[in-house]
Design a protein around this ligand. Structure first.
Ligand SMILES: [Zn+2]
Length: 329
């Protein structure tokens, strides 16, 4: 909500826009209203990540299991106190988004690595929240093209907000052309290839992606360049595909620590063990490595994970927790 609309609501609720018959009679009411007003202020004072320069905030550091007591995958890129890019929106991340102090009206773009639940479940909650803000410009959304197992990005967004079958078609004005709305969602399908390719560019923000292997699920890794800093998000992948190329010389690589060393079978076909993460980080000469998407099968194994990675990669290594902030200066 913009400040003008907010102060108008404050005056109206507190009836301070009416003539004051007795100032002393109104003092208690004024105090109550003032404290209610302060309590309902937006999170501006709570926002501490990326006040100056570029930073990545981890909104969700967990995987799909609720018992990890973490929000599922989601990352927010800040620049000079403003949230610019959201990568994934797993369950719980909408709450973390609010806790971070960000507003949906400030985002330039949303990126999806893939549409597993733990990367996308809070998307509709974020969009509904935006409805109460003053967003006026379109919101581009980029993610994979679909296949027989998964919707494309345009299908995914239409499954929520499209007419006539969207689950939340009562908000179709946000998507359907011609319907009166303050802003529109603009979903795009990115088929991706192993070779990184440019996807989005505006001002000092440039985004590219590469296709990665995550079982049969269409999946992308993302690289965001902002004000001379580069951040790469592996998404879920077994390490095959374009991640090594995409990550070259990145200032920060966020890799998913979903399986321990020695994983086999389906787990290994979907995810990269620490040795593979370490090799990719080393070969790409990334300047900082953050491990996220921490699951019950990797939590508690940080010592082994760290040692497997450090056999190959000698740069700074962090294990992410929700709301951790990684400045890039
Ligand atoms: Zn996942």
């Amino acid at each position: 909500m913009n400040p003008a609309r907010f102060s108008h609501r404050f005056l109206r609720q507190c009836k301070l826009n009416m003539p004051l018959r007795s100032f002393t009679a109104r003092v208690p009411l004024l105090l109550v209203c003032l404290s209610a007003w302060a309590a309902s202020l937006p999170f501006a004072s709570a926002q501490t990540c990326g006040q100056h320069g570029v930073a990545v905030q981890v909104l969700g550091s967990g995987g799909p299991e609720l018992q990890d007591k973490r929000a599922s995958s989601s990352y927010l890129i800040w620049q000079d106190g403003r949230p610019r890019v959201l990568v994934d929106a797993g369950g719980g991340s909408a709450l973390r988004f609010g806790e971070s102090g960000a507003q949906m009206s400030q985002l330039d773009v949303i990126l999806f690595s893939h549409f597993h639940v733990d990367h996308s479940a809070d998307f509709s909650a974020l969009i509904k929240s935006s409805w109460f803000e003053d967003r006026a410009r379109p919101l581009p959304i980029y993610g994979p093209a679909g296949n027989e197992f998964m919707p494309s990005t345009t299908e995914f967004v239409a499954d929520f907000f499209g007419e006539p079958r969207g689950a939340y078609r009562y908000l179709s004005e946000l998507l359907v052309p011609g319907e009166q709305s303050t802003y529109k969602l603009q979903p795009h399908n990115i088929p991706g290839s192993e070779k990184p390719s440019a996807v989005f560019h505006t001002g000092d923000l440039a985004i590219s992606s590469a296709r990665v292997v995550h079982g049969a699920v269409p999946a992308l890794a993302w690289r965001v360049e902002l004000a001379g800093k580069s951040m790469v998000f592996s998404g879920d992948t077994n390490g095959e595909g374009g991640l090594p190329q995409l990550a070259v010389n990145a200032d920060l690589l966020i890799a998913h620590n979903a399986v321990p060393e020695g994983a086999t079978g389906v787990e290994r076909r979907l995810h990269m063990p620490p040795s593979v993460i370490g090799q990719i980080a080393a070969d790409a000469h990334v300047k900082q490595l953050v491990l996220s998407h921490r699951m019950l099968r990797t939590l508690g194994k940080e010592t082994e994970t760290q040692s497997e990675i450090q056999k190959r990669y000698s740069g700074p290594l962090h294990f992410a927790n929700d709301l951790d902030c990684f400045p890039l200066d």
